[in-house]
Ligand binder design. Sequence first.
Ligand code: 6CS
Ligand code: FE
Length: 281
Amino acid sequence: MAGIDAARTTAGPAPLTAGMVADYHRDGFLLLPGDHLPADVLAELIEAAPLILAQEGPQRVLERDGVTVRSVYGPHRTDPVVARVSRSPELAGAARQLLDDEVYVHQSKVNLKAAFAGDQWEWHQDYINWRDRDGIPRPDLVNVTVFLNEVNEFNGPLTFIPGSHRHGLLDGTDTDSMPAGYEDEPNWMATLTATEKFQVDRTVIRRLAEAGGLVSPKGPAGSVLMFHPNVLHASSPNLSPFDRGMLLMVYNGVRNAPRPVENPRPDFLAERAVVPIPLAV
Ligand code: 6CS
Ligand code: FE
């Protein structure tokens, strides 16, 4: 694991070096090696994933085929292993360094991207959902992802346009209808499927990709990928015989607490209680 005291932007554990923090702010994402989490913690997490994915309920989203599990939301609230990992110095400490604030988990999920059947995520920025649906005033959140399987070029890796987060929220269209196959589902489902609700203009995507290129961070299970809520990202369907499971935790800074909204989303999608994760100094 990277030296836990290598840099201190806030008091408390600081697993990221100053160089890593700078790379994150430049590119909008940062990949940490497969041994960032202690081996026993990673093993527990990988063991917990099938149980999380098996829990039926509104927090579980299926693919358009109606049978394959796409995502399960809120595991940090329901699964003790994820709860512990979400509060670990290796992850919460890193989030705190990147946000320069105390942090709590706004949203968590396991995205399975199942072998043969896992569908795409179209080009999007995350923050528009958290601003417009959840009332979060500034894009001062960070996605912290733990790979539960090896992520390679075959199983639908996340793909980023480096530096795109520095343009803020981009021009696009908010589509109003429910995606095909989800017409009978609750309205909050519209931002969670393979058909993106907020379509960023393709001319904008092309221009940014021509300038910044495309990067798909890959690595063994246990790799930790952090990315900014405004970095433009997408991923292809998984045509390979290998799952691409990922745990994602969205940390928010406590100074960026959500404002009241008219129709709050269910708490497995959006946390309303801002309680900082305690981390020993
Ligand atoms: O609605 C949401 O909160 C989410 N939707 C997308 C497309 N990305 C991030 C987030 O999980
Ligand atoms: Fe996203």
